[in-house]
Design a protein around this ligand. Sequence first.
Ligand code: AHM
Ligand code: MG
Length: 335
Amino acid sequence: MFKKNQTLGEFIIENQTSFKYSSGELSSLLNSIRLAAKVVNHEVNKAGLVDIIGAAGDVNIQGENQQKLDVYANEKFIQTLTNRNIVCGIASEEEDDFISINSNDENHQNKYIVLIDPLDGSSNIDVNVSVGTIFSIYRRVTPVGTPVTLEDFLQKGNQQVAAGYVVYGTSTMLVYTTGDGVNGFTLNPAIGSFYLSHPNIQFPENGTIYSVNEGNYIHFPQGIKNYIKYCQMEENDRPYTSRYIGSLVSDFHRNMIKGGIYLYPKSSLNAEGKLRLLYECNPMAFIAEQANGKASDGFTRILDIKPTELHQRVPFVCGSKNMVEKVEEFMKKAI
Ligand code: AHM
Ligand code: MG
């Protein structure tokens, strides 16, 4: 139920009983992500001042080391989750290997693991364009109290218990799902609290926006080329509008609200596409499905792909249901 002026903290507590494994543990975990998001947001907002207070790698006038924002965000999320002692493992797009937490402590009862892309689209920071954080939460599959293993992280996306993103845009928003719809919260920077602003977000079934890096057109598979031409054809509600920020979270967020499709296909340059299955595609696919949208690699449901490695890449097509199905139709025809 939509309550006016409800904060994210209140929403998490109120809804924790509807979660199927009902436990305060997931609530604490979401609360730590909320905290890390605020810390990162503060730093991202200062990005334009970098030349004044010191460039990445420099020492600023206060004698503190300046860090690149993606490294900073990575550290902040890992630090918050580790300090609060609520997860047993973390994998990050910024780290080569997963991190096992308290792996030598037999009394360690934490069940959840987190996968995170701490600052996606970070090449956009220098030009003051929105970036985002993406997270994904699973229950471990190995026994509680033992060190986590790779097996805990290589679960299919359909096993996610929660996923979300933070978009550091004109306003900062946190959008997440625990498998019971998608809700969005907007940060009030004066108070430092997130407020429920977008309850029960739904992808329109059809859309008129397509988001793809068309500069790579020549390298795309024939099915994708045909779909792009279809988007540009004058017929019914087409030609569609083309919008590509080059920041997955922002492109996805706009498409989910207005109706549209995001595509990062494989190409003759990137044999498996560019986006990472575990840190980017699975969480966005889970959110999309929870909002009545769809996510596919062109042929297969993203959430049904069995991962084989931590940093695996997959082609990604995600957005309004009917648009994604259209792409799948074009892909099948072009085989
Ligand atoms: P990153 O994880 O290195 O930031 O890359 C992911 C980003 C996405 O946010 C974005 O949609 C895509 O890369 C843009 O790639 P390109 O510049 O090839 O279009
Ligand atoms: Mg990324």
